[in-house]
Design a protein around this ligand. Sequence first.
Ligand SMILES: [Zn+2]
Length: 447
Amino acid sequence: MRKTILFILMITLLTSCASQRIRIAGPSVFVLEAGQPYLEPGVTLLPGETAKLAVSSDLNPQKPGTYRMRYLLVDGKEVVAQTTRKIKVVDTTPPALVLIGKAVTDVCPGQTYQEQGATAIDLVDGDLTSTIEITSDDVKITYHVADLAGNSASLIREIHVRDIDAPVFDAPGEVSVLEGGQLPNIVATDRCEGDLSALVTTDKIIDTSVVGDQILTYSIVDSKGNAATFTQLIHVKKSHSASTIFLTFDDGPSYLTDDFLDLLAEFDVKATFFINKKSGYDKVIQRAHREGHSIGMHSYSHVYSRIYASEEAFFQDLYAEQAWIKNLTGETTRLYRFPGGSSNTVSSFNPGIMTLLTRSIREKGIQYFDWNLSSGDAGKHDAAFITNYVLKQLGSRSNYVVLMHDSGGHESTLEALRDILSYAKQEGYSFSALNVNSHPAHHGVKN
Ligand SMILES: [Zn+2]
């Protein structure tokens, strides 16, 4: 017996002597929660130790179990000292259980609760959502889940059959209405009762014939007495419905004309095209005519020296164009715009010709149109310039005959026109194509 004890003592002393060169720092049994990183506490070596430390392990920190971390001190090929640390990976963390939807769920009276479910993710066992047990009584739903290590989690969802939610308004806080116009419809919906817009009341009647700002309060109450109010600032703006804008496009048609027609159609606006003789655009001219735009003459050739050479030359050109247009549209147009306008001085090589033509053209039953609003698009301006240039001239006059161009290179006119149209529509302006009785916007004749 004594011999045995002595022997064990000797072995222990020898072992502790040999392991002086390498000693474990930190615990000899390291307990690690599964899924957490293992932070190596390291070993202590003697000062001046020259042998190399080698560490090896079978540790899997994701999987509960007992593992070993071996620390070897190696000198050349010889292991001169070694020690071991036990690592116990344990799983004491329950799965993360999360409700889908609210923990307190209201069910509308007369409706049944629809299960929304929950999710469960475990650090060790992964997605346990499909193993969640759901039990319910009248007032609560219980969700329970356990991982393979027996760690469990539970949650309760309260169910209330009630309607305590007020209806909700869906409307902007600020609206603009044209003088004499209608207030926009207001929408109120209730979680349980659906669309209650028809039951919305207001604190006063807004008279939209009065220009100015007013605040209107809308109210709604659902059948359970849940109430909501909503205030809206209403700008009643002056309408320009008494003003008509006659858009006119000169020097076309061109590759851009179809795009102009598309845009006009989008805004449901009719305009007037004062065209020159150009081949390849018959379909575009026919489309413009078919869609309700007016087709007017702007001379066959647009060559000043030719058309203003004499009265005879002028009318020869005019009738040639009129016949050509009739052939395309089936209609004899009696609308004319002089190249350069009736106020042009480019014709002064033939003194008095404009005085003569402005009189004789009307004697032949043809109305000529100048303009009282130039878009400024004859120069190389960008869309913003053209838009501003037009908008600053728009006011409360009854007629605006607007000069624009749809000939090639007028992409910025097209771009500006979208903004001009949306602004003018918002302000209540009317649009119309010219006819022989429209305001002709005649200029003072200078030659
Ligand atoms: Zn022209």
